[in-house]
Design a protein around this ligand. Structure first.
Ligand code: PMV
Ligand code: MG
Length: 379
């Protein structure tokens, strides 16, 4: 049994601007996970169970090199799982591997299991990485971190070519991550070209793509507040695209200002300059509020404004995280004010999530049975 735990993510800075190829964002991988458990069966069948498909087992049979659902079923809840499997299937086939039958179980802690509500911790991105990692391992492939990231990005872009992939980068790498997205259009075109090798595409350098770890601030505590209202990033991104198409030069100014701000944030982290880190975070939040003024798309909901004001009253800085409209906000606070910050957030119906950035040592285990570990094989 291959067991893979992949961290969820939160945006720190650079939202929306990161959708432009080459424009950066800083994200963190957090210590709440999507788990993929895969048991190779040696048959021509696959089963998939998922916390998103309670009480159901999706079954697939092999026809040629493809696996088709039996009976034909609605697999919408498994879109990212199936995209990740299709990507690894194609990659493995090009490397001469036979398609594998297996039982795959996906369990994401990134939604609120009690209510099924979403926190905005990047469940789809983390699931994509978890399935790519588990399926590659099932084939005995040991892709480099860069190859694995590219496979997961291609899977993600095949589902939504408009998203930046920042969530996948943060989940794949963990910790504080600086990410610049590649240009998705040429990648999609290359994949569509008949006879195009995925392995060759993955081996090639992707212009603009950059992923690197950033040292986390040591003197500041990262606090996460969930405002209890789920938001759909894809709807907000579509609305933003439409709105800013009427103001191309002002949008360009926003993107340029965001680039400077994110680069300053990463540089401030590199030199452990707390004052510059909080200054950059504050600027990142203000730029998003300016973007709302330009576009009319509400990023900082009233609950997120409340979250920020409480943090500011305690001398911390705070901003919306991700597409906004709900989900989570983040604050960087002096550790001494954290108890008061959490108490006042709770009083305002904001749930502190007690998440921590989870660093480098990502988890892959091989288990002989559900209860018995056959040793750790960190990636
Ligand atoms: O709300 P989230 O965490 O899904 O973040 C969305 C961030 C955007 O930049 C708005 C979109 C993206 O794909 O990067
Ligand atoms: Mg969100």
């Amino acid at each position: 049994m291959i067991v893979v735990d992949v961290p969820g993510k939160l945006y720190v800075a650079g939202e929306y601007a990161v959708l432009e190829p080459g424009s950066p964002a800083v994200l963190i991988g957090v210590d709440r996970y999507a788990r993929a458990r895969l048991r190779v069966t040696g048959t021509s069948r696959r089963t998939i169970t998922s916390s998103r498909l309670p009480g159901r087992t999706a079954e697939f049979v092999r026809r040629g090199t493809l696996f088709e659902p039996v009976p034909p079923a609605d697999t919408a809840a498994l879109t990212h799982v199936l995209a990740a499997l299709a990507t690894v299937d194609r990659y493995a086939a090009e490397l001469g591997h036979e398609p594998l039958g297996f039982d795959l179980d996906i369990d994401s802690q990134l939604d609120d299991s009690a209510t099924g509500r979403k926190f905005g911790l990047g469940s789809s991105g983390a699931v994509t990485v978890a399935v790519v990692r588990a399926a590659a391992r099932a084939h005995g492939l040991r892709p480099t971190a860069e190859t694995e990231l590219k496979l997961a990005l291609l899977a993600l872009f095949s589902v939504d070519p408009h998203c930046s992939g920042g969530d996948v980068a943060a989940s794949a790498r963990g910790g504080w991550v600086y990410y610049r997205a590649p240009d998705r259009a040429p990648l999609a075109a290359a994949l569509r070209r008949p006879g195009r090798s995925l392995a060759a595409l993955v081996a090639r350098r992707w212009p603009l793509l950059e992923v690197r770890s950033v040292p986390p601030p040591r003197e500041l505590s990262l606090q996460v507040g969930w405002v209890g209202r789920p938001a759909r990033s894809s709807d907000l991104v579509q609305a933003m695209k439409r709105a800013v198409s009427e103001h191309p030069s002002r949008y360009r100014q926003f993107v340029t200002a965001s680039e400077h701000c994110v680069d300053e944030l990463a540089a401030a982290c590199d030199r452990e300059d707390s004052r510059a880190i909080t200054g950059a975070l504050d600027t990142a939040g203000r730029l998003l509020r300016d973007l709302t003024a330009l576009s009319g798309v509400a990023i900082e909901s009233p609950e997120l404004t409340r979250l920020r004001h409480i943090a500011e009253e305690l001398g911390a800085v705070a901003k919306s995280s991700g597409a906004g409209g709900g989900d989570c906000g983040i604050a960087l606070a002096d550790p001494s004010v954290v108890p008061a910050l959490q108490r006042r957030w709770r009083e305002a119906d904001i749930e502190p999530l007690n998440l921590r950035a989870i660093g480098g040592s990502l988890r892959v285990r091989l288990e002989r049975s559900a209860s018995k570990s056959a040793g750790n094989t960190p990636d």
